[in-house]
Design a protein around this ligand. Sequence first.
Ligand SMILES: Cc1cc2nc3c(=O)[nH]c(=O)nc-3n(C[C@H](O)[C@H](O)[C@H](O)COP(=O)(O)OP(=O)(O)OC[C@H]3O[C@@H](n4cnc5c(N)ncnc54)[C@H](O)[C@@H]3O)c2cc1C
Length: 382
Amino acid sequence: MSACPPVFVLGAGLAGTVAACRLAARGVPVRVIADRPGASALHGGGWLLGAAGPLDAAWPGAARHLDAATAFARAGLEALDLRAGTFVLPDVEGARRPCELAPASHAVVATFGPRLGVIDLVPLGHPFAGMQAAGTPIAVDWPPGPDAFGRSFAYVSQRIEAEPALLDGLLAALRAALAGHPVDALLLPPVLGVLRAEAHRRRLVEALGVPVGEALDVLPSAPGLRLHAALSAWRVAAGVETETARVTAIELSPLGVRIGDALRPASAVVLATGRYLTGGLSMHPTVAEPLAGLPLAVPVATNPLTEARREGPYDAGPFATGVRVDAAMRVCGADGRPVHDGLYAAGDVVGGLDTLTSRCASGLALVGGYAAAEAVAAQEGR
Ligand SMILES: Cc1cc2nc3c(=O)[nH]c(=O)nc-3n(C[C@H](O)[C@H](O)[C@H](O)COP(=O)(O)OP(=O)(O)OC[C@H]3O[C@@H](n4cnc5c(N)ncnc54)[C@H](O)[C@@H]3O)c2cc1C
């Protein structure tokens, strides 16, 4: 007697992880296959949800899942302690970025008053010295060692995670530096760790007696590393097995996932493979979905790097293209009908809008992953 095949979720970014953990929560046997970190591991820390409109423009009805999907992710991504609100938060270059959800470590900065001390870890003229404009710069001689500068904050965060004694050194350096500076709150670059960043931040708050927060990051991104680590931890806690492999094809009849010569039967497949960065869409010789040659929304025939329409490079087809889905996140053909009852898609691989300029990329990944899982669970009778 053969057991019913599992649901395969392809991709372990935000969309794939939300889908997989939601399926597990609904009692559906699920496996994730992913070959490397994607856009989620580059996330800057300020989550754009698009609640005020863009989300529904991308996919009518999407916003109705937003609250449930966000609450689900906030509970699952426990280490990040995600806070919801309307924030405008500084990044390491000094830009102020609006967002609607952020790890506590960044979100608390929105509550800081004008007497803000900004911890200066880079020399003047460094692009990340831009964040000093947010308050009074305070020079701190840390981290120790010849490689302190010229490395990213993501690197320093990884070191703190691996060598907790470094946090003691930071605390001592902060105490010494603060002696001549009466401040109401402290802004740090994102250096406080990876999975334990929030616990480390709380330790500093307690020891220094002032609120402490971190700026958002640019590439390479400490918040992205944290999100990647928190997504992995969530899948483990939810009992979802993640296999490291590159899927080479999706077969539709019968439904299955191919890895080289091996074909794995699937009761459903959730495609959460991202866009160009991860190979969820390929560019050569034309823009295509490489695993099943799925029809694309906003299809383009030319090289996306050279095509620029009247609207400019970002609003042009290549940046808005991706697979088509219906209201249940089933992949559709040009006629709007599902290409297969068991094939779903979520996250950046879904087309229709430019995920960067539309300011709802994280919202789409959250809602798409959640809605796809709900639809699969209903299909499986759960
Ligand atoms: C540099 C950068 C910064 C960003 N900053 C922000 C921000 O600050 N705020 C915000 O709201 N949004 C931001 N975004 C957007 C946001 O990060 C993405 O929209 C979101 O993370 C997409 O998640 P995803 O799960 O769809 O894709 P991804 O995270 O890209 O995951 C795709 C997954 O698919 C897997 N995969 C692909 N093909 C295969 C295959 N054939 N076999 C096996 N596995 C495969 C990859 O291994 C990966 O695990 C940023 C994006 C980028 C690129």
